[in-house]
Write a new protein. Structure first.
Length: 256
């Protein structure tokens, strides 16, 4: 058996078109948002109102539903008579698959119970609620007011030490010139994940990390701020400023 259109139903009026009118439609083998029958008999479609009724189309193979589409709009054209009409059903939405979405936040508490700030906030969204129904894992979710994902460096070090059993304190490099009363600590530096998502269906990922705005670490004459990196195998839109080549700047100078 092969996949064919096995039913066209008017959900608004609860009427079904005669099976003999189904064979004339194109896209018999697979779902399509628009299907057309240019050899239809117009009188068979008198119960369908143009652009107002909700049309359902079902594709099946040997009695098994392969795709079911709803929300279609119908347009009836052509001349009267057998096989002289044209029927177009458009705006169909495939509802034969299910979509699932889960979201929430994981707060990891610091080792010191007196510290009110969490070690890490991991904002998670998992599901396939998207145009292509790809399965996604987003570990930096910011939708619907979610806080995104951030990690404090001091807590990250403590977590690593807990895995190895080390107890040595981790200190920033010292030049001997710092003010002893104003020593920077790792607690003052937080890393945020601008993007940390994985497309399981397409096997793509995007990891984009930067330091929290305003966070910096200073030791001696050196200050680290605006730290970041990005690693991805997805297509990334390059800004016009980044696209500018050194020779372009030279040409601008000559023009002036």
């Amino acid at each position: 058996m092969a996949t064919t259109i096995t039913e066209i139903k008017n959900l608004t009026k609860n009427t079904t078109i005669d099976a003999g009118q189904l064979e004339g439609f194109d896209s018999q083998e697979t779902f399509n948002g628009t299907i057309t029958n240019d050899k239809a008999t117009k009188k068979d479609w008198t119960s369908f109102a143009t652009n107002t009724d909700n049309i359902q189309v079902t594709w099946s193979d040997d009695g098994k539903v392969i795709a079911r589409a709803v929300g279609g709009r119908i347009k009836v054209e052509g001349k009267t008579g057998v096989g002289n009409g044209k029927i177009t059903i458009s705006d169909l939405m495939d509802v034969s698959g299910l979509s699932l979405g889960l979201n929430g936040q994981i707060h990891i508490a610091p080792k010191e119970t007196t510290d009110p700030n969490p070690t890490a906030i991991i904002s998670v969204r998992v599901g396939n609620i998207n145009e292509r129904r790809d399965w996604l894992i987003d570990l930096s979710d910011k939708k619907d007011g979610a806080p995104g994902t951030s990690v404090r460096l001091d807590s990250l070090v403590a977590w690593a030490q807990g895995k190895t059993g080390d107890t040595t304190d981790v200190a920033l490099p010292s030049t001997g010139e710092e003010d002893p009363g104003n020593q920077p600590t790792l607690k003052d530096f937080t890393v945020e994940f601008n993007q940390l998502h994985f497309n399981i269906t397409q096997k793509t990922f995007d990891i984009d990390v930067s330091s929290k705005e305003g966070n910096q670490i200073t030791f001696g004459n050196f200050t680290i701020q605006n730290v970041g990196f990005r690693l991805t195998n997805e297509t990334v839109e390059v800004s016009e400023k980044t696209k500018e080549l050194p020779e372009d700047k030279e040409k601008e100078k000559e023009a002036k």
